[in-house]
Design a protein around this ligand. Structure first.
Ligand SMILES: Cc1cc2nc3c(=O)[nH]c(=O)nc-3n(C[C@H](O)[C@H](O)[C@H](O)COP(=O)(O)OP(=O)(O)OC[C@H]3O[C@@H](n4cnc5c(N)ncnc54)[C@H](O)[C@@H]3O)c2cc1C
Length: 539
Protein backbone atom coordinates (compact mmCIF):
# COMPACT_ATOMS: atom_id res chain seq x y z
CA UNK A 1 0.00 0.00 0.00
CA UNK A 2 1.19 3.49 -0.70
CA UNK A 3 2.46 5.62 2.09
CA UNK A 4 -0.33 7.31 3.99
CA UNK A 5 -0.27 11.09 4.11
CA UNK A 6 -0.17 13.60 6.92
CA UNK A 7 -1.30 12.64 10.33
CA UNK A 8 -2.93 9.62 8.75
CA UNK A 9 0.47 7.96 8.70
CA UNK A 10 -0.36 5.07 10.91
CA UNK A 11 2.78 3.33 9.89
CA UNK A 12 4.17 5.75 12.45
CA UNK A 13 3.65 2.91 14.84
CA UNK A 14 6.51 1.09 13.25
CA UNK A 15 8.48 4.30 13.03
CA UNK A 16 7.96 5.17 16.65
CA UNK A 17 9.00 1.68 17.59
CA UNK A 18 12.20 2.10 15.61
CA UNK A 19 11.06 0.24 12.52
CA UNK A 20 12.43 0.97 9.12
CA UNK A 21 10.59 1.70 5.93
CA UNK A 22 8.90 4.48 4.12
CA UNK A 23 7.19 6.22 6.95
CA UNK A 24 7.00 9.80 5.96
CA UNK A 25 3.72 11.65 6.19
CA UNK A 26 4.41 13.62 3.07
CA UNK A 27 6.48 10.81 1.61
CA UNK A 28 10.16 10.25 1.70
CA UNK A 29 12.31 9.97 -1.39
CA UNK A 30 13.89 12.05 -4.03
CA UNK A 31 11.21 14.60 -4.70
CA UNK A 32 11.52 18.28 -5.08
CA UNK A 33 9.50 21.33 -4.28
CA UNK A 34 9.24 24.90 -5.25
CA UNK A 35 11.05 26.33 -2.27
CA UNK A 36 14.75 26.81 -1.93
CA UNK A 37 15.20 30.44 -1.14
CA UNK A 38 17.17 31.86 1.72
CA UNK A 39 15.92 32.72 5.19
CA UNK A 40 15.34 36.30 6.12
CA UNK A 41 13.04 37.66 8.75
CA UNK A 42 14.05 41.21 7.97
CA UNK A 43 11.53 43.89 7.21
CA UNK A 44 12.32 47.12 5.45
CA UNK A 45 11.99 50.54 6.93
CA UNK A 46 8.65 52.26 7.36
CA UNK A 47 9.71 54.77 4.72
CA UNK A 48 10.31 52.05 2.18
CA UNK A 49 6.94 50.50 3.00
CA UNK A 50 5.16 53.77 2.52
CA UNK A 51 7.01 54.20 -0.74
CA UNK A 52 5.90 50.79 -1.97
CA UNK A 53 2.31 51.45 -0.93
CA UNK A 54 2.35 54.77 -2.68
CA UNK A 55 3.60 53.09 -5.82
CA UNK A 56 0.68 50.68 -5.71
CA UNK A 57 -1.78 53.49 -5.25
CA UNK A 58 -0.19 55.62 -7.95
CA UNK A 59 0.50 52.88 -10.46
CA UNK A 60 -1.46 53.55 -13.63
CA UNK A 61 -3.31 50.52 -14.92
CA UNK A 62 -1.63 49.41 -18.15
CA UNK A 63 -3.46 47.39 -20.73
CA UNK A 64 -1.64 44.42 -22.17
CA UNK A 65 0.83 41.99 -20.73
CA UNK A 66 4.05 43.16 -19.16
CA UNK A 67 6.96 43.05 -21.59
CA UNK A 68 10.14 41.07 -20.89
CA UNK A 69 11.70 44.40 -19.92
CA UNK A 70 8.91 44.98 -17.39
CA UNK A 71 9.62 41.60 -15.81
CA UNK A 72 13.33 42.35 -15.76
CA UNK A 73 12.59 45.63 -14.01
CA UNK A 74 10.49 43.78 -11.44
CA UNK A 75 13.38 41.44 -10.80
CA UNK A 76 15.67 44.42 -10.20
CA UNK A 77 13.19 45.97 -7.79
CA UNK A 78 13.08 42.89 -5.57
CA UNK A 79 15.63 42.03 -2.93
CA UNK A 80 14.61 38.40 -3.37
CA UNK A 81 14.92 36.31 -6.51
CA UNK A 82 12.50 36.44 -9.47
CA UNK A 83 12.42 33.21 -11.45
CA UNK A 84 11.03 33.29 -14.97
CA UNK A 85 10.30 30.66 -17.63
CA UNK A 86 13.59 29.71 -19.24
CA UNK A 87 15.58 30.21 -16.04
CA UNK A 88 17.39 27.10 -14.79
CA UNK A 89 15.46 27.23 -11.54
CA UNK A 90 12.04 27.58 -13.17
CA UNK A 91 11.05 23.90 -13.32
CA UNK A 92 11.56 23.49 -9.59
CA UNK A 93 10.39 26.97 -8.61
CA UNK A 94 6.97 26.60 -10.20
CA UNK A 95 6.20 23.31 -8.48
CA UNK A 96 3.64 22.82 -5.76
CA UNK A 97 3.70 19.89 -3.35
CA UNK A 98 1.46 17.69 -5.50
CA UNK A 99 3.03 16.61 -8.82
CA UNK A 100 -0.39 16.71 -10.49
CA UNK A 101 0.03 20.50 -10.67
CA UNK A 102 3.37 20.33 -12.48
CA UNK A 103 1.62 21.29 -15.71
CA UNK A 104 0.91 24.80 -14.34
CA UNK A 105 3.15 27.51 -15.81
CA UNK A 106 3.31 30.77 -13.87
CA UNK A 107 4.80 33.75 -15.67
CA UNK A 108 7.04 34.38 -12.67
CA UNK A 109 7.88 33.23 -9.16
CA UNK A 110 8.99 35.99 -6.81
CA UNK A 111 10.80 34.84 -3.67
CA UNK A 112 9.95 37.70 -1.33
CA UNK A 113 12.44 38.44 1.42
CA UNK A 114 10.36 41.06 3.18
CA UNK A 115 7.01 42.90 3.06
CA UNK A 116 8.53 45.49 0.72
CA UNK A 117 9.14 42.80 -1.89
CA UNK A 118 5.52 41.70 -1.51
CA UNK A 119 4.28 45.26 -1.97
CA UNK A 120 6.51 45.60 -5.06
CA UNK A 121 4.95 42.45 -6.52
CA UNK A 122 1.46 43.74 -5.80
CA UNK A 123 2.26 47.06 -7.50
CA UNK A 124 3.40 45.10 -10.54
CA UNK A 125 0.35 42.82 -10.78
CA UNK A 126 -2.00 45.75 -10.29
CA UNK A 127 -0.26 47.84 -12.89
CA UNK A 128 -0.42 45.13 -15.55
CA UNK A 129 -3.53 43.24 -14.46
CA UNK A 130 -1.47 40.09 -13.93
CA UNK A 131 -3.07 37.29 -11.86
CA UNK A 132 -1.33 36.71 -8.53
CA UNK A 133 -1.25 33.92 -5.95
CA UNK A 134 0.50 33.80 -2.60
CA UNK A 135 2.42 30.62 -1.87
CA UNK A 136 3.93 29.22 1.30
CA UNK A 137 4.14 25.42 1.62
CA UNK A 138 2.40 24.82 -1.72
CA UNK A 139 0.02 22.20 -0.28
CA UNK A 140 -3.24 23.65 -1.62
CA UNK A 141 -5.32 20.62 -2.58
CA UNK A 142 -6.62 22.57 -5.58
CA UNK A 143 -3.31 24.01 -6.72
CA UNK A 144 -4.54 27.54 -6.01
CA UNK A 145 -1.20 28.77 -4.75
CA UNK A 146 -0.13 28.75 -8.38
CA UNK A 147 -1.36 30.95 -11.19
CA UNK A 148 -0.71 31.81 -14.81
CA UNK A 149 0.64 35.13 -13.52
CA UNK A 150 2.95 35.85 -10.57
CA UNK A 151 3.47 33.55 -7.59
CA UNK A 152 4.38 35.56 -4.50
CA UNK A 153 6.41 33.02 -2.56
CA UNK A 154 6.90 33.90 1.11
CA UNK A 155 9.31 31.10 2.04
CA UNK A 156 12.33 33.41 2.39
CA UNK A 157 10.45 35.02 5.29
CA UNK A 158 10.96 32.02 7.55
CA UNK A 159 12.06 31.84 11.14
CA UNK A 160 10.81 31.54 14.72
CA UNK A 161 11.61 34.15 17.38
CA UNK A 162 10.44 33.26 20.87
CA UNK A 163 10.10 35.92 23.55
CA UNK A 164 8.64 34.77 26.82
CA UNK A 165 5.36 33.06 26.03
CA UNK A 166 4.93 34.52 22.56
CA UNK A 167 6.57 33.62 19.27
CA UNK A 168 6.83 35.70 16.12
CA UNK A 169 7.03 33.44 13.12
CA UNK A 170 7.87 34.29 9.53
CA UNK A 171 4.96 33.45 7.24
CA UNK A 172 7.19 31.27 5.09
CA UNK A 173 8.04 28.81 7.86
CA UNK A 174 7.36 25.13 7.23
CA UNK A 175 5.67 23.21 10.01
CA UNK A 176 8.61 21.07 11.07
CA UNK A 177 10.79 24.20 11.41
CA UNK A 178 7.98 25.88 13.32
CA UNK A 179 7.92 23.02 15.84
CA UNK A 180 11.70 22.84 15.99
CA UNK A 181 12.11 26.58 16.54
CA UNK A 182 9.52 26.59 19.31
CA UNK A 183 10.80 23.41 20.97
CA UNK A 184 14.28 24.95 21.25
CA UNK A 185 12.67 27.31 23.77
CA UNK A 186 10.48 24.66 25.40
CA UNK A 187 7.37 26.06 23.74
CA UNK A 188 4.63 24.69 21.49
CA UNK A 189 1.76 25.89 19.31
CA UNK A 190 -0.84 23.44 17.98
CA UNK A 191 -0.58 22.74 14.27
CA UNK A 192 -0.94 20.04 11.65
CA UNK A 193 1.31 17.07 11.18
CA UNK A 194 2.61 17.23 7.62
CA UNK A 195 6.11 18.73 8.09
CA UNK A 196 6.24 20.52 4.74
CA UNK A 197 2.88 22.30 5.07
CA UNK A 198 3.36 26.06 5.34
CA UNK A 199 2.42 27.95 8.48
CA UNK A 200 0.64 30.61 6.40
CA UNK A 201 -1.82 28.39 4.54
CA UNK A 202 -2.42 26.25 7.61
CA UNK A 203 -3.10 29.15 9.99
CA UNK A 204 -5.23 31.22 7.63
CA UNK A 205 -7.63 28.28 7.18
CA UNK A 206 -7.67 27.16 10.83
CA UNK A 207 -5.07 24.49 11.56
CA UNK A 208 -6.22 21.21 13.10
CA UNK A 209 -3.53 19.25 14.89
CA UNK A 210 -2.65 16.74 17.52
CA UNK A 211 -3.15 18.97 20.56
CA UNK A 212 -6.08 21.01 19.24
CA UNK A 213 -8.45 19.61 21.86
CA UNK A 214 -6.17 21.06 24.55
CA UNK A 215 -4.86 24.24 22.90
CA UNK A 216 -7.29 24.99 20.06
CA UNK A 217 -6.63 25.55 16.39
CA UNK A 218 -3.42 27.11 15.16
CA UNK A 219 -5.46 30.20 14.26
CA UNK A 220 -6.92 30.37 17.77
CA UNK A 221 -3.40 31.00 19.03
CA UNK A 222 -2.65 34.00 16.78
CA UNK A 223 -2.24 37.21 18.77
CA UNK A 224 -1.36 39.39 15.86
CA UNK A 225 -0.21 39.21 12.24
CA UNK A 226 1.36 41.37 9.57
CA UNK A 227 -0.19 41.40 6.11
CA UNK A 228 0.37 43.28 2.87
CA UNK A 229 -3.01 44.12 1.40
CA UNK A 230 -3.83 44.64 -2.27
CA UNK A 231 -3.16 48.39 -1.99
CA UNK A 232 0.41 47.68 -0.92
CA UNK A 233 -0.14 48.73 2.67
CA UNK A 234 1.69 46.72 5.30
CA UNK A 235 -0.83 46.31 8.08
CA UNK A 236 -0.61 44.97 11.58
CA UNK A 237 -3.78 43.16 12.56
CA UNK A 238 -4.81 42.27 16.08
CA UNK A 239 -7.85 42.57 18.30
CA UNK A 240 -7.59 46.38 18.37
CA UNK A 241 -5.98 47.28 15.03
CA UNK A 242 -7.60 46.21 11.75
CA UNK A 243 -9.72 43.93 13.92
CA UNK A 244 -12.03 42.94 11.07
CA UNK A 245 -9.10 41.77 8.97
CA UNK A 246 -7.66 39.99 12.00
CA UNK A 247 -10.98 38.20 12.42
CA UNK A 248 -11.03 37.15 8.74
CA UNK A 249 -7.44 35.90 8.78
CA UNK A 250 -8.25 33.36 11.48
CA UNK A 251 -10.13 30.78 9.43
CA UNK A 252 -11.15 32.80 6.38
CA UNK A 253 -8.73 30.83 4.23
CA UNK A 254 -5.44 31.59 2.50
CA UNK A 255 -5.19 33.71 -0.61
CA UNK A 256 -8.21 35.90 0.11
CA UNK A 257 -7.27 39.11 1.90
CA UNK A 258 -3.61 39.85 1.24
CA UNK A 259 -0.20 38.29 1.71
CA UNK A 260 0.64 37.56 5.34
CA UNK A 261 4.30 38.09 6.17
CA UNK A 262 4.41 37.13 9.86
CA UNK A 263 2.32 35.80 12.72
CA UNK A 264 2.69 36.31 16.47
CA UNK A 265 1.44 33.32 18.45
CA UNK A 266 0.62 32.58 22.05
CA UNK A 267 2.71 29.54 22.99
CA UNK A 268 2.28 26.69 25.45
CA UNK A 269 4.77 24.64 27.43
CA UNK A 270 6.25 21.82 25.36
CA UNK A 271 6.79 19.10 27.90
CA UNK A 272 6.82 15.38 27.38
CA UNK A 273 3.84 13.86 25.63
CA UNK A 274 2.43 10.33 25.33
CA UNK A 275 1.99 8.87 21.85
CA UNK A 276 -0.26 5.92 21.17
CA UNK A 277 -1.02 3.78 18.12
CA UNK A 278 -3.54 0.94 18.21
CA UNK A 279 -5.01 -1.40 15.64
CA UNK A 280 -7.70 -4.02 15.49
CA UNK A 281 -8.61 -6.63 12.89
CA UNK A 282 -10.98 -5.35 10.19
CA UNK A 283 -13.59 -7.79 11.50
CA UNK A 284 -13.81 -5.54 14.59
CA UNK A 285 -14.13 -2.32 12.57
CA UNK A 286 -17.79 -1.58 13.33
CA UNK A 287 -17.20 -1.96 17.06
CA UNK A 288 -14.06 0.21 16.95
CA UNK A 289 -15.85 3.02 15.10
CA UNK A 290 -18.79 2.90 17.46
CA UNK A 291 -16.53 2.93 20.52
CA UNK A 292 -14.12 5.59 19.20
CA UNK A 293 -16.81 8.13 18.34
CA UNK A 294 -18.30 7.86 21.82
CA UNK A 295 -14.91 8.09 23.45
CA UNK A 296 -12.53 10.40 21.58
CA UNK A 297 -14.55 13.67 21.50
CA UNK A 298 -15.63 13.25 25.13
CA UNK A 299 -12.26 12.36 26.65
CA UNK A 300 -10.33 14.92 28.72
CA UNK A 301 -8.85 17.72 26.60
CA UNK A 302 -5.42 16.24 27.24
CA UNK A 303 -6.30 13.37 24.93
CA UNK A 304 -6.36 13.82 21.18
CA UNK A 305 -7.07 10.96 18.85
CA UNK A 306 -7.73 10.03 15.26
CA UNK A 307 -9.25 7.01 13.59
CA UNK A 308 -8.11 5.82 10.21
CA UNK A 309 -9.69 3.32 7.85
CA UNK A 310 -7.73 2.48 4.73
CA UNK A 311 -7.83 0.08 1.80
CA UNK A 312 -5.70 -0.79 -1.20
CA UNK A 313 -6.70 -2.01 -4.66
CA UNK A 314 -7.20 -5.75 -4.81
CA UNK A 315 -8.00 -8.34 -2.25
CA UNK A 316 -6.11 -7.39 0.91
CA UNK A 317 -8.21 -6.64 3.97
CA UNK A 318 -8.63 -2.94 4.88
CA UNK A 319 -7.06 -1.63 8.06
CA UNK A 320 -8.50 0.21 11.02
CA UNK A 321 -6.23 2.07 13.38
CA UNK A 322 -6.46 4.56 16.23
CA UNK A 323 -3.64 6.96 17.03
CA UNK A 324 -3.22 9.92 19.29
CA UNK A 325 -1.47 11.88 21.98
CA UNK A 326 -1.95 12.50 25.69
CA UNK A 327 -0.64 15.46 27.68
CA UNK A 328 0.16 13.73 30.97
CA UNK A 329 1.57 10.56 32.44
CA UNK A 330 1.60 7.24 30.62
CA UNK A 331 -0.49 5.71 33.42
CA UNK A 332 -3.17 8.39 32.98
CA UNK A 333 -3.08 7.82 29.22
CA UNK A 334 -3.41 4.08 29.72
CA UNK A 335 -6.43 4.62 31.96
CA UNK A 336 -8.11 6.53 29.12
CA UNK A 337 -7.18 3.87 26.57
CA UNK A 338 -8.64 1.14 28.80
CA UNK A 339 -12.01 2.88 28.45
CA UNK A 340 -11.74 2.58 24.68
CA UNK A 341 -10.78 -1.09 24.86
CA UNK A 342 -13.74 -1.77 27.15
CA UNK A 343 -16.11 -0.05 24.75
CA UNK A 344 -14.72 -2.01 21.79
CA UNK A 345 -14.94 -5.21 23.78
CA UNK A 346 -11.43 -6.33 22.89
CA UNK A 347 -7.86 -5.15 23.25
CA UNK A 348 -6.03 -3.87 20.18
CA UNK A 349 -3.87 -6.38 18.38
CA UNK A 350 -0.80 -4.14 18.36
CA UNK A 351 -0.94 -1.50 21.10
CA UNK A 352 1.93 0.97 21.26
CA UNK A 353 2.31 3.72 23.88
CA UNK A 354 5.39 5.79 24.54
CA UNK A 355 6.31 8.96 26.42
CA UNK A 356 8.56 11.16 24.36
CA UNK A 357 9.77 14.71 23.92
CA UNK A 358 7.52 17.21 22.19
CA UNK A 359 9.75 17.58 19.18
CA UNK A 360 10.16 13.84 18.74
CA UNK A 361 6.38 13.47 18.93
CA UNK A 362 6.02 16.04 16.15
CA UNK A 363 8.60 14.13 14.09
CA UNK A 364 6.73 10.88 14.68
CA UNK A 365 3.40 12.49 13.76
CA UNK A 366 5.12 13.81 10.64
CA UNK A 367 6.24 10.31 9.73
CA UNK A 368 9.84 11.37 10.39
CA UNK A 369 10.50 9.30 13.51
CA UNK A 370 13.74 7.94 12.18
CA UNK A 371 14.83 11.24 10.60
CA UNK A 372 16.49 14.38 11.87
CA UNK A 373 14.70 17.71 11.56
CA UNK A 374 16.88 18.57 8.56
CA UNK A 375 16.03 15.27 6.91
CA UNK A 376 12.33 15.87 7.52
CA UNK A 377 12.17 18.25 4.54
CA UNK A 378 11.98 18.09 0.78
CA UNK A 379 15.48 18.09 -0.74
CA UNK A 380 14.89 21.55 -2.16
CA UNK A 381 13.99 22.91 1.26
CA UNK A 382 17.01 21.45 2.97
CA UNK A 383 20.04 19.74 1.40
CA UNK A 384 19.59 16.86 3.83
CA UNK A 385 15.86 16.56 3.07
CA UNK A 386 14.58 13.04 2.47
CA UNK A 387 10.90 13.64 1.84
CA UNK A 388 9.26 13.55 -1.54
CA UNK A 389 6.22 15.17 -3.02
CA UNK A 390 3.01 13.16 -3.31
CA UNK A 391 -0.35 13.19 -5.07
CA UNK A 392 -3.63 13.06 -3.23
CA UNK A 393 -7.29 13.91 -3.73
CA UNK A 394 -9.08 15.00 -0.57
CA UNK A 395 -12.60 15.83 0.54
CA UNK A 396 -13.82 16.60 4.02
CA UNK A 397 -16.77 16.56 6.40
CA UNK A 398 -17.58 17.58 9.94
CA UNK A 399 -19.82 15.37 12.07
CA UNK A 400 -21.92 16.84 14.86
CA UNK A 401 -23.65 13.56 15.72
CA UNK A 402 -22.26 10.07 16.19
CA UNK A 403 -22.79 7.73 13.26
CA UNK A 404 -25.70 5.33 13.76
CA UNK A 405 -25.43 1.70 12.69
CA UNK A 406 -26.49 2.57 9.13
CA UNK A 407 -23.83 5.26 8.97
CA UNK A 408 -21.17 2.86 10.23
CA UNK A 409 -22.27 0.28 7.67
CA UNK A 410 -22.07 2.87 4.90
CA UNK A 411 -18.61 3.87 6.07
CA UNK A 412 -17.32 0.31 6.03
CA UNK A 413 -18.85 -0.36 2.61
CA UNK A 414 -17.28 2.80 1.26
CA UNK A 415 -13.78 1.79 2.39
CA UNK A 416 -14.21 -1.79 1.16
CA UNK A 417 -15.39 -0.48 -2.21
CA UNK A 418 -11.94 0.99 -2.80
CA UNK A 419 -10.60 -2.54 -3.13
CA UNK A 420 -12.82 -3.01 -6.21
CA UNK A 421 -12.55 0.52 -7.59
CA UNK A 422 -9.82 -0.21 -10.12
CA UNK A 423 -7.23 2.07 -8.55
CA UNK A 424 -3.59 2.21 -9.55
CA UNK A 425 -1.08 -0.33 -8.23
CA UNK A 426 0.33 1.09 -5.00
CA UNK A 427 -2.66 3.39 -4.48
CA UNK A 428 -4.58 3.86 -1.24
CA UNK A 429 -8.03 5.06 -0.34
CA UNK A 430 -9.58 5.72 3.01
CA UNK A 431 -10.93 8.10 5.57
CA UNK A 432 -9.33 9.67 8.63
CA UNK A 433 -11.33 11.12 11.52
CA UNK A 434 -9.84 13.72 13.88
CA UNK A 435 -11.48 14.10 17.28
CA UNK A 436 -12.61 17.65 18.00
CA UNK A 437 -14.60 19.28 20.79
CA UNK A 438 -12.48 20.49 23.76
CA UNK A 439 -10.75 23.85 23.25
CA UNK A 440 -11.81 24.04 19.58
CA UNK A 441 -15.49 24.09 20.51
CA UNK A 442 -15.10 26.53 23.40
CA UNK A 443 -14.62 29.35 20.89
CA UNK A 444 -17.86 30.86 19.57
CA UNK A 445 -18.54 30.21 15.84
CA UNK A 446 -18.50 33.94 15.09
CA UNK A 447 -15.50 34.85 17.27
CA UNK A 448 -13.13 34.11 14.40
CA UNK A 449 -13.85 33.24 10.76
CA UNK A 450 -13.48 29.52 11.57
CA UNK A 451 -17.13 28.61 11.99
CA UNK A 452 -16.90 24.86 12.71
CA UNK A 453 -17.23 24.91 16.48
CA UNK A 454 -19.82 22.25 17.20
CA UNK A 455 -18.39 19.11 15.62
CA UNK A 456 -17.50 15.93 17.46
CA UNK A 457 -15.01 15.05 14.77
CA UNK A 458 -13.82 16.01 11.34
CA UNK A 459 -13.18 13.57 8.52
CA UNK A 460 -10.91 13.62 5.50
CA UNK A 461 -11.56 11.27 2.59
CA UNK A 462 -8.28 10.65 0.82
CA UNK A 463 -6.91 8.72 -2.08
CA UNK A 464 -3.28 8.63 -3.13
CA UNK A 465 -1.35 7.07 -6.00
CA UNK A 466 2.27 6.69 -7.03
CA UNK A 467 3.76 9.19 -9.46
CA UNK A 468 3.33 7.94 -13.02
CA UNK A 469 0.11 5.99 -12.36
CA UNK A 470 -2.25 5.50 -15.31
CA UNK A 471 -4.64 8.49 -15.55
CA UNK A 472 -7.62 6.16 -16.02
CA UNK A 473 -6.88 4.41 -12.72
CA UNK A 474 -6.48 7.76 -10.96
CA UNK A 475 -9.83 8.86 -12.42
CA UNK A 476 -11.46 5.74 -11.02
CA UNK A 477 -10.00 6.53 -7.61
CA UNK A 478 -11.37 10.04 -7.84
CA UNK A 479 -14.81 8.69 -8.77
CA UNK A 480 -14.66 6.26 -5.83
CA UNK A 481 -13.89 9.13 -3.47
CA UNK A 482 -16.74 11.26 -4.74
CA UNK A 483 -19.15 8.33 -4.48
CA UNK A 484 -17.95 7.45 -0.95
CA UNK A 485 -18.36 11.06 0.17
CA UNK A 486 -21.81 11.19 -1.46
CA UNK A 487 -22.89 8.07 0.42
CA UNK A 488 -22.07 9.78 3.74
CA UNK A 489 -24.37 12.82 3.08
CA UNK A 490 -27.13 11.61 5.38
CA UNK A 491 -24.73 11.44 8.33
CA UNK A 492 -22.40 14.45 7.95
CA UNK A 493 -23.14 18.03 9.05
CA UNK A 494 -22.78 19.55 5.58
CA UNK A 495 -19.79 21.66 6.64
CA UNK A 496 -16.35 21.16 5.09
CA UNK A 497 -12.83 22.18 6.14
CA UNK A 498 -11.61 25.16 4.12
CA UNK A 499 -8.01 23.92 4.43
CA UNK A 500 -8.99 20.71 2.64
CA UNK A 501 -10.09 22.93 -0.20
CA UNK A 502 -12.23 20.99 -2.63
CA UNK A 503 -12.85 22.21 -6.19
CA UNK A 504 -15.77 19.75 -6.55
CA UNK A 505 -17.71 21.25 -3.63
CA UNK A 506 -20.70 23.12 -5.07
CA UNK A 507 -21.92 24.88 -1.92
CA UNK A 508 -18.45 25.79 -0.64
CA UNK A 509 -19.48 29.20 0.74
CA UNK A 510 -21.87 27.64 3.21
CA UNK A 511 -19.78 24.53 3.78
CA UNK A 512 -16.53 26.37 4.62
CA UNK A 513 -17.86 29.49 6.27
CA UNK A 514 -21.53 29.10 7.20
CA UNK A 515 -22.94 32.18 8.90
CA UNK A 516 -19.53 33.88 8.76
CA UNK A 517 -19.55 34.18 4.99
CA UNK A 518 -21.38 37.50 4.81
CA UNK A 519 -18.92 39.18 7.16
CA UNK A 520 -16.02 37.73 5.17
CA UNK A 521 -17.38 39.33 2.00
CA UNK A 522 -17.54 42.67 3.82
CA UNK A 523 -13.90 42.37 4.88
CA UNK A 524 -13.00 41.40 1.32
CA UNK A 525 -14.78 44.46 -0.04
CA UNK A 526 -12.92 46.71 2.40
CA UNK A 527 -9.42 45.42 1.82
CA UNK A 528 -9.51 44.02 -1.72
CA UNK A 529 -12.32 45.83 -3.53
CA UNK A 530 -10.81 45.12 -6.96
CA UNK A 531 -10.40 41.41 -6.19
CA UNK A 532 -6.69 41.37 -6.89
CA UNK A 533 -6.62 38.12 -4.90
CA UNK A 534 -8.96 35.68 -6.55
CA UNK A 535 -9.29 31.98 -7.34
CA UNK A 536 -12.33 29.76 -8.03
CA UNK A 537 -13.39 29.57 -4.37
CA UNK A 538 -12.20 33.00 -3.26
CA UNK A 539 -14.37 34.91 -0.79
C1 LIG B 1 -0.20 16.18 2.87
C2 LIG B 1 -1.03 17.20 3.57
C3 LIG B 1 -1.20 17.13 4.95
C4 LIG B 1 -1.98 18.07 5.62
N1 LIG B 1 -2.13 17.98 6.99
C5 LIG B 1 -2.89 18.89 7.63
C6 LIG B 1 -3.08 18.85 9.04
O1 LIG B 1 -2.54 17.99 9.72
N2 LIG B 1 -3.89 19.78 9.61
C7 LIG B 1 -4.50 20.76 8.90
O2 LIG B 1 -5.21 21.57 9.48
N3 LIG B 1 -4.32 20.85 7.57
C8 LIG B 1 -3.54 19.94 6.93
N4 LIG B 1 -3.40 20.02 5.57
C9 LIG B 1 -4.08 21.09 4.84
C10 LIG B 1 -3.26 22.36 4.84
O3 LIG B 1 -3.44 23.04 6.07
C11 LIG B 1 -3.72 23.27 3.69
O4 LIG B 1 -3.53 22.61 2.47
C12 LIG B 1 -2.97 24.60 3.70
O5 LIG B 1 -3.69 25.53 2.95
C13 LIG B 1 -1.59 24.43 3.15
O6 LIG B 1 -0.85 25.60 3.35
P1 LIG B 1 0.49 25.80 2.53
O7 LIG B 1 1.05 27.10 2.93
O8 LIG B 1 1.32 24.59 2.63
O9 LIG B 1 -0.07 25.79 1.06
P2 LIG B 1 -0.11 26.85 -0.14
O10 LIG B 1 -0.58 26.03 -1.28
O11 LIG B 1 1.16 27.58 -0.27
O12 LIG B 1 -1.23 27.87 0.31
C14 LIG B 1 -2.56 27.48 0.54
C15 LIG B 1 -3.46 28.70 0.32
O13 LIG B 1 -3.03 29.77 1.16
C16 LIG B 1 -2.59 30.88 0.38
N5 LIG B 1 -1.38 31.43 0.99
C17 LIG B 1 -0.17 30.85 1.08
N6 LIG B 1 0.68 31.68 1.70
C18 LIG B 1 -0.01 32.78 2.01
C19 LIG B 1 0.32 34.01 2.66
N7 LIG B 1 1.55 34.24 3.12
N8 LIG B 1 -0.65 34.95 2.81
C20 LIG B 1 -1.89 34.73 2.34
N9 LIG B 1 -2.26 33.60 1.71
C21 LIG B 1 -1.33 32.64 1.56
C22 LIG B 1 -2.36 30.34 -1.01
O14 LIG B 1 -2.53 31.35 -2.00
C23 LIG B 1 -3.39 29.23 -1.11
O15 LIG B 1 -4.65 29.78 -1.45
C24 LIG B 1 -2.61 19.09 4.90
C25 LIG B 1 -2.44 19.17 3.50
C26 LIG B 1 -1.66 18.24 2.85
C27 LIG B 1 -1.50 18.33 1.35
Amino acid sequence: MAKVQGRRAFLRLAAAAGGAGLLSSCSRGSGTSAAGATTSGATNSAGAMADAAARVAAAPRVTGSPSPADWTALGHDLSGRLVRPGDAAYTVSKRLFDPRFDSLHPAGVAYCRNPHDVATCLAFVRKFGVPVAARCGGHSYAGWSSTSGLIVDVTPMAGVNVSGTTATVGAGTHLIDFYNGLAAHGRAVPGGSCPTVGIAGLTLGGGIGVVSRAYGLTSDNVQSLQIVTADGQVRTCNSSTNADLFWACRGGGGGNFGVVTSFTFTTHPAGEIVLFFLSWPWSQAARVISAWQSWAPHAPDALWSNLHLAAAPGGSVPSIEVGGTYLGSISAASAQLEKLYAAVGSNPSSPFTQTTSWLHAMLVEAGCASLTVNQCHLPTQNPEGQLSRASEYAKSDFFTKPLNSHGIGTLLSGVEAFQRAGGAPGASGGIAFDALSGAVNRVAPGATAFVHRDALFQAQYTTTWPVGSAPAAVSRQHAWQQSFWQSMRPYASGQAYQNYIDPALANWRQAYYGANYTRLTQVKASYDPDRVFTFPQAV
